[in-house]
Write a protein that binds this ligand. Structure first.
Ligand code: PGA
Length: 249
């Protein structure tokens, strides 16, 4: 066990309306209680950020957006800025999720998003992870190293207060096929080692994501370099998400 406080974040993806988010957050706040042993966050879609932040006001549960544009304003139809996210009452944003990368977010954009979102006052959960082909080719370490070096290009040591990294192998996302605890440990250790080129690796929290469930969460998070989880499918139900929070502490 390290001294890093674990973080369990639920990535809802394209699920839940504002009213549904409100109901979910009220239930989750009741289950998590006033003093959880770990940091907890939900990542609703943009349209449910304000309802979620409102429903969680006073609760020890943060609200992160699922992405953030690198510019402050401008002709970017369909995108939203860090200031817009903060104005909803949310605290952070995912950046570089593999589903956003697949939809066209580039390495260069991701590096600027990390920089600008931190400057704007958001906590950033930077996501990285390899495809099945990359893993089978034995290139996971090189892939993750390149992603982290690129995304942290503009990061400074002081940014550690607003930076978390999630290792999410694409082959484990939404597939029910989880990385083994040993695979998660090995990759999270690589992430930490590479990130140490820019920030204090002893302080940096590195999460594992990819088919995390109440059944496998404890073993994954007991690994030395796994400081919590980014949870997709299993975060959509308050009981199952709260069960993962409970075993993280
Ligand atoms: P999953 O998603 O838990 O449904 O695999 C994780 C993620 O994409 O963040």
């Amino acid at each position: 066990m390290s001294s890093r406080r674990p973080l369990v974040a639920g990535n809802w993806k394209m699920h839940k309306t504002g009213p549904e988010a409100r109901e979910f957050c009220a239930a989750l706040a009741g289950l998590v209680g006033e003093d959880p042993a770990v940091d907890v966050a939900v990542c609703p879609p943009y349209t449910a950020l304000e309802a979620s932040a409102d429903a969680l006001a006073g609760a020890p549960i943060a609200v992160y957006a699922q992405n953030v544009h690198e510019n402050e304003k401008g002709a970017h139809t369909g995108d939203i800025s860090a200031a817009m996210i903060l104005a909803t009452g949310a605290d952070g944003a995912l950046v570089g999720h593999s589903e956003r990368r697949a939809a066209g977010d580039t390495d260069a954009q991701i590096a600027i998003r990390v920089r600008n979102a931190i400057d704007a006052g958001l906590l950033v959960v930077l996501c990285c992870g390899e495809s099945l082909e990359t893993r089978q080719a034995g290139e996971t370490e090189a892939w993750v190293t390149r992603q982290i070096r690129s995304a942290l290009e503009h990061v400074q040591p002081a940014d550690i207060a607003r930076l978390v990294i999630a290792y999410e192998p694409i082959w484990a996302i939404g597939t029910g096929e989880t990385a083994s605890p040993a695979q998660a440990q090995e990759a999270c250790a690589i992430v930490r080692r590479v990130a140490t080129e820019k920030v204090d690796g002893e302080v940096l929290r590195v999460l594992y994501g990819g088919s995390v469930s109440p059944a496998n969460a404890a073993e994954l998070m007991s690994q030395h370099d796994v400081d919590g989880a980014l949870v997709g499918g299993a975060s959509l139900d308050p009981e199952s998400f709260a069960a993962i929070v409970a075993v993280a502490g």
